[in-house]
Design a protein. Structure first.
Length: 363
């Protein structure tokens, strides 16, 4: 592609022969930990891992606003005052490794109000050239300078002891909801931008670093680029070791006439209509995984591993009768669904980290 009207095409990167990690990790059974838990409660989670099946933690290194959650040595991060001075993340990765725990870095990728404020050139813009802002701002995923910034943080995280880099918000904002200027050269696409970004990172990280990406649950069951965000199941994984679809039963459409996640009909998954998806944790997780598994199998040479995020929380803001408490039984039902679908890895998500710890098998 050639530049037009000031738009520089993103680099087209050939599929790397070394598209997956050389690291040999046991099947990951993980919890997400926020920065508060890491700083104030790490010993508790080390103890939990030492006495249960939990063997890995996903830790925020770049949060939803774009802040780096540790003391960074990257020049532009320091200039933008985008890090957390005085917090040495190396002490955390070392302590976890000393206890045989796998450490995964969760990086909110393109959603970033901090670096876009410091360097508006990297930001997605409105049609009249202002920084696009819907409560949060976004780095432009089609700009190589955005890629380089994200890559520098990923490289630092690897140097600081993380076993895996996990990209979240590795997408464009939903174009079905928002209007913004799409700086794409002719012949280039949102999905192409995301796919080439991942290849670029893979090419520039050590071969043993595991690379994963969080995606919505919908791309597992929707053939189109759901929400026009640059994510399709068949394109996103060519240079990833894992995709981590967020399969939260509460986040599927329910049949309530009004209220959160309601569309009056529900959601069809794998040919089955779910009117109250939050009440069917096993069935929703199992059927979502089976649809995705079938699609991955149909793409030749596509050896993509799936490690889903599953629901470790209760969403009581759903309409009455459409939600339930998620306790030991609901946790185990989802884990069983993962195993029955032929996968052996999972991550539980609970934003404030209030997990039902009795659900995890003793070791």
């Amino acid at each position: 592609p050639t530049p037009i009207a000031g738009i520089t095409p993103y680099p087209e990167i050939a599929e790397d022969s070394r598209s997956t990690s050389t690291k040999d990790m046991p099947p990951v059974k993980a919890l997400y930990l926020n920065a508060t838990s890491v700083r104030n409660n790490l010993d508790h989670y080390i103890d939990l891992a030492n006495r249960t099946e939990i063997n890995a933690y996903v830790i925020d290194i770049k949060n939803d606003s774009g802040m780096i959650m540790y003391d960074s040595e990257i020049d532009v991060v320091n200039k933008a005052k985008a890090d957390t001075p005085g917090f040495d993340i190396r002490t955390v990765t070392k302590k976890l490794h000393d206890n045989g725990i796998i450490v995964i870095a969760r990086m909110v990728t393109f959603k970033d109000s901090v670096m876009t404020a410091y360097n508006p050139d990297l930001a997605i813009k409105t049609e009249n050239g202002e920084v696009w802002n819907q409560g949060t701002k976004w780095l432009n995923p089609a700009k190589k300078e955005s890629w380089d910034y994200i890559l520098s943080i990923a490289q630092e995280a690897v140097n600081f002891g993380f076993d895996e880099i996990q990209f979240d918000y590795i997408r464009f904002p939903e174009t079905s909801l928002y209007t913004y200027k799409l700086d794409l050269a002719p012949g280039q696409t949102r999905t192409g931008a995301i796919e080439n970004f991942i290849r670029y990172v893979r090419m520039n990280l050590p071969s043993e670093t595991v690379l994963s990406a969080d995606i919505f649950g919908m791309p597992m069951i929707s053939m189109k680029d759901y929400g026009e965000i640059g994510q399709t199941l068949e394109t996103i994984g060519t240079s990833l070791d894992y995709i981590c679809p967020m399969i939260y039963p509460s986040h599927y459409a329910n049949s309530a006439p009004k209220g959160l996640m309601s569309n009056g009909v529900g959601q069809t998954i794998n040919g089955i209509k779910f009117t109250h998806p939050d009440l069917k944790p096993y069935e929703v997780v199992y059927n979502t995984l089976m649809v995705g598994k079938d699609r991955i199998a149909k793409k030749e040479g596509y050896n993509l591993n799936v490690r889903p995020y599953i629901q470790g929380f209760t969403l009581n803001s759903l309409p009455n009768g459409y939600w339930m408490n998620y306790g030991v039984e609901e946790y185990r039902a989802q884990i069983k669904a993962v195993y029955d679908a032929g996968y052996d890895e999972w991550i539980f998500w609970n934003a404030p980290n209030k997990y039902v710890e009795d659900a995890f098998l003793p070791e």
